[in-house]
Ligand binder design. Structure first.
Ligand SMILES: NC(=O)c1ccc[n+]([C@@H]2O[C@H](COP(=O)([O-])OP(=O)(O)OC[C@H]3O[C@@H](n4cnc5c(N)ncnc54)[C@H](OP(=O)(O)O)[C@@H]3O)[C@@H](O)[C@H]2O)c1
Ligand SMILES: [Zn+2]
Ligand SMILES: [Zn+2]
Length: 361
C-alpha cells in the first residue's frame, strides 16, 4: 500500500467546481507534504477531458464537491521523496488518472493497476489518509512516483498533456487486441473528439486502414487531410452506413453522449469487436441480433496501466505523435467547457496553468 504522510500543510491555488452547475472558480486548498514515495510537481499544462465535464456537472452522480478536475497533467518535478526511484528534480513528467492502487493484487502485479479494486483517481478519489484527491487544474501536485511517467524530451509539453488520459485510453485497447504490431486491419473510430483524434493517429501509425464514424460533417476534411483517416462516414447518412456494413475488424467507440449501438455493430465484420471507452451517463441498449448473426463482441476498458502509459509516450516520442490542441488561459476554462458541450473543439483544450507557454515547449 502506498506510503504517505497525513500532513496536509501545503497551500495550493487551483480551480474547482463547487456544485453541479459545473462552473469553475478559483479555489485554494491543501495538499499533503511530499512523502517518501512522493514527487512534487509544478504543473505547467493540464488537458480538459470530457470526463472533467461529466464530473463537474455531476452527470454520473458520483461527484464530491469541491471538485478540482484535471487528469492530463504535465509539469516539472520540484521535490523528490527519499524512496523514489527513477525521478529527479527538473524531470519533465506526466500524471494521468491514477493516484493510488493497492500495489498487491493480481492486477497491480501484472501492470494492470488500472483494474485494481482499490484504485483511487487523481481527482474525486479518496486517498489512503482519508483526504479527497484534487486534480490538475491547479499549480502543484504531490504524486506517488509509481503513477508518474516521463515525457520524452522531443514532445512539446502542452500538446503531449492529453496523451495522459486520451492517449492511453485509446492506445491500450489497440495494444490489447494485437493491433500495435499487426498492421493492415480495418479500424473504425466513432466520435472525433479528444480521444477519437488520437485514436486515428495511433491506428494510422500502426499501419491500419482507418474509418471515422462521426455526427459532424464539418470534420470530414480534417479527418482525412490533417489526421490521415482513409474514410469518413457520417453516421446520420443511412446510405453511407449501409455501404459500410460488415467492413470493419475493430471499432473504438469514444462517444460521450447517448447514441445507438445497433448501427455501429452492423459495421463490424463477422467476429469483429466493438470496444467502448466513451462513458455516456445513460445505459446503452444492447441489441442481440447483430451480436448473434455476426458473432461480434462488445467490450470496454478504462485508461491503461502505468507501464503501458510510459510505453505509449515513448512510442509518441519516437514517431512524434502529439495531440491537436487549443491552448487556453485558466480564466477561459468555463468558456472551453461550454464549447466542449457544443462539440466545438479541435480537438482538445489544454490549460496553460503556469502561464509560461512562451518559455517552455
Ligand atoms: N474509458 C476511459 O478510460 C475514458 C477515458 C477518457 C475519457 N472517457 C470518456 O470518453 C468520452 C469521450 O471523451 P472525449 O474527451 O474524447 O470527449 P469529446 O472530446 O467531447 O469527444 C466526444 C465526441 O463524441 C461525439 N459525440 C458527442 N456526443 C455525441 C452523441 N450524443 N452522439 C454521437 N456522437 C457524439 C463527437 O464527435 P463527432 O463530432 O465526430 O460525432 C465528440 O467530439 C467521454 O464520455 C469521457 O468521459 C473514458
Ligand atoms: Zn480523461
Ligand atoms: Zn491492486
Amino acid at each position: 500500500m502506498a506510503q504517505t504522510t497525513p500532513n496536509h500543510t501545503l497551500t495550493v491555488s487551483g480551480w474547482a467546481a463547487l456544485d453541479s452547475s459545473g462552473k469553475i472558480v478559483p479555489y485554494t486548498f491543501k495538499r499533503r507534504e511530499n512523502g517518501v514515495n512522493d514527487v512534487t510537481i509544478k504543473i505547467l499544462y493540464c488537458g480538459i477531458c470530457h470526463t472533467d465535464l461529466h464530473h463537474a456537472r455531476n452527470e454520473w452522480g458520483i461527484t464530491m464537491y469541491p471538485l478540482v478536475p484535471g487528469h492530463e497533467i504535465i509539469g516539472v518535478i520540484t521535490k523528490v521523496g527519499g524512496d523514489v526511484k527513477g525521478f529527479k528534480e527538473g524531470d519533465r513528467v506526466g500524471v494521468g488518472c491514477l493516484a493510488a492502487t493497492c500495489l498487491d493484487c493480481e492486477h497491480c502485479k501484472s501492470d494492470e493497476e488500472n483494474y485494481c479494486e482499490q484504485l483511487q483517481f487523481v481527482y474525486n478519489g479518496v486517498f489512503w489518509d482519508g483526504s479527497i484527491t484534487y486534480g490538475g487544474y491547479s499549480k502543484m501536485l504531490v504524486a506517488d512516483y509509481r503513477y508518474v511517467v516521463h515525457i520524452p524530451e522531443n514532445l512539446p509539453m502542452d500538446a503531449a498533456a492529453p496523451l495522459l488520459c486520451a492517449g492511453i485510453t485509446v492506445f491500450s485497447p489497440l495494444k490489447d487486441h494485437g493491433l500495435v504490431t499487426s498492421p493492415g486491419k480495418k479500424i473504425g473510430v466513432v466520435g472525433l473528439g479528444g480521444l477519437g483524434h488520437v485514436a486515428v493517429k495511433f491506428a494510422k501509425a500502426f499501419g491500419h486502414h482507418v474509418t471515422v464514424i462521426s455526427t459532424s460533417p464539418s470534420k470530414e476534411a480534417e479527418a482525412k487531410h490533417r489526421l490521415g483517416a482513409h474514410d469518413f462516414i457520417l453516421s446520420s447518412n443511412a446510405n453511407q452506413m449501409q455501404v459500410a456494413k460488415r467492413s470493419l475488424d475493430f471499432i473504438l467507440d469514444t462517444v460521450s453522449g447517448e447514441h445507438s449501438l445497433l448501427p455501429i455493430l452492423e459495421l463490424l465484420k463477422v467476429k469483429g469487436t466493438l470496444f467502448i471507452v466513451g462513458a455516456p451517463d445513460k445505459p446503452f441498449e444492447l441489441p442481440a441480433f447483430p451480436l448473434i448473426f455476426g458473432k461480434r463482441s462488445v467490450k470496454g476498458g478504462i485508461i491503461g496501466g502505468i507501464k503501458e502509459t510510459q510505453e505509449m509516450l515513448d512510442f509518441c516520442g519516437k514517431y512524434n505523435i502529439t495531440c491537436d490542441i487549443e491552448l487556453i488561459t485558466p480564466d477561459k476554462i468555463n468558456e472551453a467547457m461550454e464549447r466542449l458541450v457544443k462539440n466545438d473543439v479541435r480537438y482538445r483544450f489544454v490549460i496553460d496553468i503556469a502561464g509560461n507557454s512562451d518559455l517552455i515547449s
